[in-house]
Design a protein around this ligand. Structure first.
Ligand code: MG
Length: 387
C-alpha cells in the first residue's frame, strides 16, 4: 500500500460565550487540529490549552532545528509512522516545548494523526494502540455544581444531589464529586458533605472526590481522608498543590484512600516523578500530556509501578473519544473521566462532534467506526469559530 501522505494541517479555534469567567470550565474554548492527507481524508485532535497560543505553535515559521512549527514537520509525511513522528515532533520543538504548551500542542497533533491513520486503514484507533484489552468502556461522570458564587453549603449540596440523581438515572455507575467549596466550610463540615455524597451515590457506586487543591499541608488532607475512611472513596484528587510531589508522597504513604495526581502533567518524564512518589492514580489528560502516544507510554510505566491511569478530560467530544480508545487498549485504566453534556452546560462539549455514545449500566460499547469515530459538526464550527 502506498502511503497517503499529509497534504495539509489546519487549526480551527473555537470559543463559546463564557457562562462565567470566574467558574472552572476549560471547555468553553478549544483548538482543533485537522490533518488532511493527499486523498482528502481528515483526522482531528484538540489541545486543552489556549487556542491562539497553540495555533501559533502549530503554524509558526521554523526558527531552527529544535524550534520548528509543527505543521512544517508534518507536511509530506506518512501519518501511520505514529511513534516516529511523535519523537520527531518532540525533537523539533524541544527548545520551546518541553513540558508545557509545546507538549499540549503536540497532543492535539498526535490525536489527529491517530484519527487519520485509523481512517486510512479503516480501523478504530484502539487497534492502532494494540487492540482491545476490555469489552466495554467504563466512564465516571464528574459532578460539578459550579463555583460557589455566594451560595450556601446547603444549596451546593442540593445542586450536587440533583446531578448525582440525574447521572445515576442516565446509567452511570461511577461518579466523582467536586467539593471545591473554598472557605465556605471548614474540614469538619466538609467531611459531613462527603458522607452525604456517599449516601446520595449509594453504596455500590464507585465514588471519587476532587478537592480542587484545597490544602497547602498534606497533614490536613490526611486528617480529612482519615475521617472519611468509611465512605469508601475510590480515589482522592487534587488534595494538595499540584506540584508538591513530596507532599503527595507522604500523603499516599499514610492514608487508606488512593491518591490521584497529575491532571496538568505533560510527558512521561513528569509522570515518572509522581510514580516514584508513590501516587496510586495518575490523571494526565490526552489533550495535554502528549497525546495518545505519550499517554500509552505513561500507562505502561504506571503498570510497572503498580499504579493505574484514570485520565482527566474536560474539553469537547474529541478528547472524550480519544479517551475511550485509550481505555479500550489499556488494562490499567479502570475509568475515564466524562464531562456529561446533560449535567453541565457546555456548547462545545455537547455539539462540536457527533456521535456521543450512550451509557448503559455504567458502560459504553467499544467503538467500531474507523479512526476516532467522531466527526466535526459544521454548523457548530461555523457558529463558534474564531478568526
Ligand atoms: Mg480535577
Amino acid at each position: 500500500m502506498t502511503a497517503a501522505t499529509i497534504a495539509g494541517v489546519e487549526t480551527i479555534a473555537l470559543a463559546a460565550p463564557a457562562a462565567d469567567p470566574d467558574d472552572l470550565d476549560a471547555s468553553r474554548e478549544t483548538i482543533v487540529i485537522a490533518i488532511t492527507d493527499i486523498e482528502g481524508r481528515t483526522g482531528i485532535g484538540e489541545a486543552d490549552a489556549p487556542a491562539r497560543v497553540v495555533r501559533e505553535l502549530v503554524e509558526m515559521d521554523d526558527l531552527f532545528a529544535w524550534s520548528r512549527g509543527l505543521a512544517n514537520v508534518l507536511r509530506g509525511r506518512d501519518p501511520f509512522c505514529l511513534r516516529a513522528l511523535h519523537a520527531e515532533l518532540n525533537a523539533a520543538t524541544v527548545y520551546h516545548g518541553r513540558r508545557g504548551l509545546g507538549i499540549h500542542a503536540l497532543s492535539g497533533v498526535d490525536v489527529a494523526l491517530h484519527d487519520l491513520a485509523g481512517l486510512q486503514l479503516g480501523r478504530p484507533v484502539y487497534e492502532l494502540l494494540g487492540g482491545a484489552r476490555r469489552d466495554a468502556i467504563t466512564p465516571y461522570a464528574t459532578i460539578w455544581p459550579g463555583a460557589v458564587k455566594g451560595r450556601t453549603i446547603d444549596a451546593m449540596m442540593a445542586a450536587i444531589g440533583e446531578q448525582v440523581a440525574a447521572a445515576l438515572a442516565m446509567g452511570f455507575r461511577a461518579l466523582k464529586v467536586e467539593v471545591v467549596f473554598g472557605d465556605l466550610v471548614g474540614d469538619r463540615v466538609l467531611a459531613e458533605c462527603i458522607h452525604e455524597a456517599r449516601r446520595l451515590a449509594g453504596a455500590d457506586t464507585m465514588l471519587a472526590i476532587d478537592f480542587g487543591y484545597r490544602w497547602a499541608d498534606w497533614r490536613d488532607a490526611q486528617r480529612l481522608l482519615d475521617r472519611c475512611v468509611d465512605d469508601d472513596l475510590h480515589f482522592a484528587e487534587a488534595c494538595i498543590q499540584h506540584d508538591d510531589v513530596a507532599g503527595h508522597a507522604k500523603l499516599a504513604a499514610r492514608v487508606a484512600t488512593r491518591i490521584g495526581a497529575g491532571e496538568f502533567a505533560a510527558t512521561v518524564h513528569e509522570c515518572r516523578e509522581w510514580l516514584q512518589a508513590g501516587v496510586d492514580v495518575l490523571q494526565p489528560d490526552v489533550s495535554r500530556c502528549g497525546g495518545l502516544t505519550e499517554l500509552a507510554r505513561i500507562a505502561e510505566l504506571a503498570a510497572h509501578h503498580g499504579a493505574v491511569v484514570i485520565p482527566h478530560g474536560w474539553k469537547t467530544g474529541i478528547t472524550a473519544a480519544a479517551q475511550r480508545h485509550f481505555q479500550a487498549a489499556t488494562p490499567n485504566c479502570p475509568y475515564v473521566e466524562m464531562s456529561v453534556p446533560a449535567l453541565w452546560d457546555s456548547p462545545l462539549r455537547a455539539d462540536l462532534v457527533a456521535p456521543d455514545p450512550a451509557v448503559a449500566d455504567g458502560r459504553i460499547a467499544l467503538p467500531t467506526a474507523a479512526g476516532l469515530g467522531v466527526a466535526l459538526r459544521p454548523e457548530t464550527v461555523d457558529r463558534y469559530r474564531l478568526a
